[in-house]
Design a protein around this ligand. Structure first.
Ligand code: PMP
Ligand code: GLN
Length: 384
């Protein structure tokens, strides 16, 4: 393994899911739903397979039906207009979109500002591109993880090439506010920075929170690569269909990298996701309401079990603090949890550069069946 990747080892999601399998524990670690997405969309994939649509290499940018559906979705939900032929690219999940965008846009030695705690592939892909990550830490205040705008401003240097933003944010569940996003946008324009924004949880926002794409702010459309994925929005994480929207120059750049990573993305699923994106608003509303209810169920159980709970306004995840148990080491806590009560969770500490920051934070996923959440919280109640 080369020096660029040596520090990363095995991703925490693989480690914790293997632990869940080995111990027969309930897996609230890795963020994937334990119920598949809509039957009619599964049928659409079967139909595509059977009718021979996408069984041979599909077009590099993605099948036209899907690119058109992605553009229509951005227009319908956010009033963002993208040309499906030149401004949309289909990728193998958001993971490939992140990798291809970073590999395409960074020069060795560039600095990338990323919100910390960060999704693990960000750090690895920045490293593979030979660039340097500069974390700006989200910190809990009055129950919500917040961005310190002065810290963000101070992190920009002459070597900063781009801002890597994620909202709704994994693992904290924070949804950046209009004020925070507006300040990020103003800074990007002022310092002429590119922005990659990972919005895979765009449809998972709760209460009165609103997902506002960064590309909608003044001066942002021309400098922003927006990333999303069907995995989260339609509960098909195994299909690995993601996408990128941006200007022709930015999308062409990302495509240049993508063509040598996977060449194209799997064909038949693209047709099914095109149909999914055209589902009526009722689908998206029910999806959001269902997850909000699951969040409430798990948050209540975690509080009752003694965790300090940071109530998320988005994503699949609840970040907690284990300090009330007199424990400080999230990784050790998560390794011991299956033995103690048959539940698997993820330590947020691995998503920070500074091993002390986030040391006692543990993340639980609530994208699981109600009976699983009930059982998990009753098991966790034995901890105290
Ligand atoms: N970004 C974030 C913030 C995520 O949580 C995930 C994980 N699921 C991804 C990207 C990767 O998405 P995909 O499964 O579509 O590759
Ligand atoms: N995004 C999911 C999570 O944060 C899982 C993705 C993965 O396993 N790489 O848990």
């Amino acid at each position: 393994l080369n020096r660029r990747l040596a520090e990363f080892g095995t991703t925490i999601f693989a480690e914790m899911s293997a632990l869940a399998l080995r111990t027969g524990s309930l897996n609230l670690g890795q963020g994937f739903p334990d119920t598949d997405g809509p039957e009619e969309i599964r049928e659409a994939a079967v139909r595509a397979l059977r009718d021979g649509r996408g069984n041979q290499y599909p077009p590099g940018p993605g099948v036209p039906e899907l690119r058109t559906a992605i553009a229509a979705h951005q227009q319908r939900r956010y009033g963002l207009s993208y040309n499906p032929d030149t401004e949309v690219l289909v990728t193998a999940g958001a993971t490939e979109a992140i990798a291809a965008a970073l590999l395409a846009l960074l020069e060795p030695g560039d600095e990338v500002i990323a919100l910390e705690p960060y999704y693990d592939s960000y750090a690895a892909c920045i490293a593979m591109a030979g660039a340097t990550r500069v974390p700006v830490t989200l910190r809990p205040r009055e129950g919500r993880f917040r961005l310190d705008l002065d810290e963000l401003r101070d992190a920009v240097t002459d070597r900063t090439r781009l801002l890597l933003i994620n909202t709704p944010h994994n693992p904290t569940g924070t949804v950046l506010t209009r004020e925070e996003l507006s300040a990020i946008a103003a800074l990007a324009v002022e310092r002429d920075l590119l922005v990659i924004t990972d919005e895979v949880y765009e449809h998972l926002v709760f209460d009165d929170a609103e997902h506002i794409p960064l590309a909608t702010f003044p001066g942002m459309r021309e400098r922003t690569v927006t990333i999303s994925s069907a995995g989260k929005t339609f509960s098909f994480t195994g299909w690995k269909v993601g996408w990128v929207t941006g200007t022709p120059a930015l999308v062409t750049a990302v495509r240049s990298a993508k063509q040598f990573l996977t060449y194209v993305s799997a064909g038949p699923f693209q047709y099914a996701v095109a149909e999914a994106l055209a589902l009526p608003d009722a689908y998206f509303d029910a999806f959001r309401a269902d997850h909000q209810r699951k969040r409430d169920l798990l948050a209540k159980g975690l509080s009752a079990a003694g965790f300090e709970v940071y109530r998320p306004r988005g994503t699949y995840f609840i970040t907690t603090d284990i300090a009330p148990f007199g424990e400080k080491d999230a990784h050790a806590f998560c390794r011991a949890l299956p033995e103690r009560c048959g539940v698997v969770a993820v330590p947020n500490s691995v998503f920070y550069d500074d091993p002390q920051a986030g040391r006692s934070q543990v993340r639980f996923a609530f994208c699981k069946r109600d009976d699983v959440l009930h059982e998990a919280t009753s098991r966790l109640a034995r901890l105290g």
